[in-house]
Design a binder for this molecule. Structure first.
Ligand SMILES: [Zn+2]
Length: 255
């Protein structure tokens, strides 16, 4: 990380950046947010300012992180789809053991992933253009951040990313789970097996367990796993650092 970036993250983590609220405490300055005039803590600037929200600042940061997640999952999807067809579950046979000999050790087992049972996974990510939910599953106005589905196996995975203030990670998880539970229920009524997986990357770059679980569940391992976590963490940090730099600028144009 660059020095300036490290400095931002450390000061953001310990809340010692010159926010209006801190400057008010330290020097008696005006505690208001330059954009919306409410008292501005770091949490307000990075995740709670209504003006920033309506200008699309938080969506811009969210999409920076989502793009990194999508790159990783797209890699897994194409690798998985290129594998030989999966073995049917019932074809497991009992290995033959000769009398008086110990059973052979099972060969190194590849851990199961969410994608294992199908080879026709498709993926849709709500990034540049406004998408609609795959109509072959259900009709809805909601569009989650990322949808993975297999038509042949009728499997649906809904991934919804939040980039919250770190202390609000659990709250964000629950909110997103509820938001998409109706879609999952409706899809299940139509014969799909649906999973809703809310994931979070904190605005100061702390990748939540929900996110690492998703990566592992998708079969992202070893070096690829570390790289995926790092890229999401850095995307959140860099974007938050940029939002901090732009905190007094009333104009916002997503770069
Ligand atoms: Zn504000």
């Amino acid at each position: 990380m660059e020095g300036r970036q490290i400095s931002f993250i450390i000061r953001a983590t310990y809340d010692v950046l010159p926010t209006p609220k801190n400057l008010h405490q330290w020097l008696g300055e005006d505690p208001s947010c330059a954009l919306c005039q409410t008292p501005a803590t770091l949490r307000h600037i990075l995740t709670g300012c209504k003006t920033s929200l309506s200008q699309g600042r938080y969506t811009w940061r969210h999409n920076q992180v989502l793009r990194q997640l999508a790159i990783t999952l797209e890699g897994r999807r194409t690798t998985n789809n290129a594998c030989p067809p999966p073995m049917p579950r019932h074809s497991k046979t009992t290995p033959f053991v000769r009398a008086g000999q110990p059973p052979a050790k099972p060969s190194a087992r590849v851990e199961a992933t969410l994608l294992d049972t199908a080879r026709d996974w498709r993926m849709q990510v709500d990034l540049e253009q406004r998408l609609i939910f795959p109509p072959e599953i259900i009709t809805t106005n909601l569009m989650p951040d990322l949808v993975l589905w297999s038509t042949s196996q009728k499997l649906l995975v809904i991934v919804e990313l939040t980039v919250p203030w770190e202390a609000a990670v659990g709250e964000a998880y629950e909110r997103k789970r509820l938001k998409y539970s109706d879609i999952a229920a409706e899809a299940e009524q139509r014969g799909w097996r649906a999973q809703v997986l809310p994931v979070e990357v904190g605005c100061r770059g702390f990748v939540a367990t929900s996110t690492t679980k998703l990566l592992k569940g998708m079969g992202v391992r070893g070096q690829a796993f570390r790289q995926a976590v790092k890229s999401m963490s850095e995307a959140a940090e860099r974007s938050s650092s940029w939002l901090w730099i732009k905190r007094k600028d009333p104009n916002w144009a997503a770069k």
